[in-house]
Design a protein around this ligand. Structure first.
Ligand code: SF4
Ligand code: SF4
Length: 444
């Protein structure tokens, strides 16, 4: 039973983010821009500058190592600053903000030298998949983007090997290419996608490498989930396919997770024995976190996140990372990591982080435990939404997506005996994490 008391800190923080989303839309988010540009400065004085460009596989295009994931783009001024900083790879999709991301991109790039920007957009495989329907949707993307062509058209999240071969998409692509409306073909895949029976991320990407028709790919790769990504990156390198990355940062501040747990108690939530065990373990981790921060002289978790980005960029098979850049602070953070090297301090920091928290990370693109849930709860999808909230600061997106699950939410996990947890090969205490995610992602 969920009891209600006075608004908790977390509820207040969730309400605050709703307010702050509006603030960004109305331009109040420019506080961090001042830091970027200096008081009264012009765009020319932008301090953030990309330092490294890499070849995007067989496209031959030199892309900035730090690219722009445009899923949360809300204002043209941010994109102007991103381009001024030298970021020249834009990753968007038909579905990002229901076309809003593409529309904002269009309003900016129409005034830029189009040849110097690589624009990738994506089409999900839903509804009518005939050549005509897919071509019409692609042309709508171009219309929103106000461009004659897109550099890369990706299949957005093909979940199975059959979807990778969707005839309508490939036939539409062929025609669009002949007409000069698209240049290269790609795919994105981060594995488990609830609602169908997905192949693993690795299977889909390795099949794409073998297929021969794909030029660019978007995959998950990070220091806690590196083996699968490294095998895929190697296969793409052999075929000269450009590899771009998402979900490069699996770092969570587990002090915050412990705070969440404390809030459950303050709110009078019923806590099962299993969950209590997790909370006790998190308390131990929280104490260890303080020691960890002290030992490595870390002033904030951003330093761990920086190390995580340095790790992925250290792989020569990576063309660029596409973090979601939501505001000017993100631009400053990620832009300044361009050209950064994975040094000994970063290596040690990540090793210590992994030892402390590696088992608390529900791997992206996994879902191995989902078949053991009697209620068909999409474990990996919910933990991904939680990651959007906790690690990427995409609170509204995360909560809207979670609400859209409508059934099979993690509210079922509060009083379950945790079949999923027992079948997780990585020992993730996922039942408790699902309960915390349910609490975080539900606005009550
Ligand atoms: S809990 Fe474990 S098995 Fe389940 S999705 Fe997460 S990492 Fe995979
Ligand atoms: S805790 Fe229980 S209900 Fe929740 S996902 Fe795991 S098995 Fe399913």
């Amino acid at each position: 039973m969920k009891k209600k008391t006075t608004p908790s800190n977390q509820e207040l923080s969730r309400r605050r983010f709703l307010g702050s989303s509006a603030a960004v839309l109305t331009g109040i988010g420019f506080g961090s821009r001042k830091k970027l540009f200096g008081s009264g400065s012009s765009v020319e004085e932008n301090e953030v500058k990309i330092k490294e460009y890499r070849t995007l596989g067989r496209t031959g295009f030199k892309v900035s190592d730090m690219a722009f994931g445009a899923g949360e783009l809300a204002e043209p001024a941010l994109l102007e600053a991103i381009l001024d900083a030298g970021i020249n790879y834009i990753d968007t999709a038909e579905g990002y903000g229901r076309g809003r991301s593409e529309r904002i991109i269009g309003s900016v790039i129409k005034n830029r030298d189009r040849k110097k920007i690589f624009v990738t957009t994506k089409l999900g495989l839903r509804g009518d998949l005939t050549k005509k329907a897919i071509k019409d949707r692609a042309l709508k993307c171009l219309e929103r983007l106000q461009t004659e062509y897109v550099d890369c058209l990706m299949i957005h999240m093909p979940s199975t090997l059959e979807q990778l071969k969707t005839e309508g998409f490939h036939a539409a692509f062929k025609e669009l290419k002949a007409e000069g409306r698209v240049r290269f073909r790609g795919l994105s895949n981060h594995g488990a996608q609830w609602g169908d029976v997905p192949e693993t991320m690795e299977k889909v990407h390795l099949a794409a490498a073998e297929d021969g028709r794909f030029d660019v790919a978007l995959l998950v790769y990070n220091f806690l989930q590196k083996d699968e990504g490294e095998r895929i990156l190697k296969a793409y390198k052999q075929k000269n396919i450009g590899a771009t990355l998402m979900k490069t940062n699996p770092v969570l501040n587990y002090l915050e997770v412990k705070e969440q747990a404390d809030q459950l108690k303050e709110e009078g939530k019923e806590v099962s024995e299993r969950l209590q065990n997790l909370l006790d373990r998190l308390k131990g981790r929280a104490d260890a976190t303080e020691a960890f921060q002290k030992q490595y002289g870390l002033k904030s978790y951003d330093e761990v996140r920086s190390a995580a980005m340095k790790f992925v960029l250290n792989n020569p098979n990576v063309s660029c990372a596409c973090p979601t850049i939501k505001n000017f602070s993100d631009l400053e953070f990620y832009g300044n990591l361009s050209g950064a090297r994975f040094d000994l301090k970063a290596e040690k920091t990540l090793a210590a982080y992994k030892a402390l928290y590696g088992d608390l990370y529900c791997r992206h693109a996994c879902g191995k435990c989902e078949s053991s849930c009697p209620h068909a709860v999409p474990v990996n999808t919910i933990m991904r939404y939680n990651h959007y909230f906790q690690a990427q600061g995409r609170e509204k997106t995360a909560m809207v997506k979670y609400a859209a699950l409508s059934q099979n939410k993690a509210d079922r996990c509060w009083n379950c005996s945790g079949y999923c947890e027992r079948s997780c090969p990585y020992g993730v205490p996922v039942q408790g994490l699902l309960v915390l995610a349910d609490h975080t992602l539900t606005l009550t």
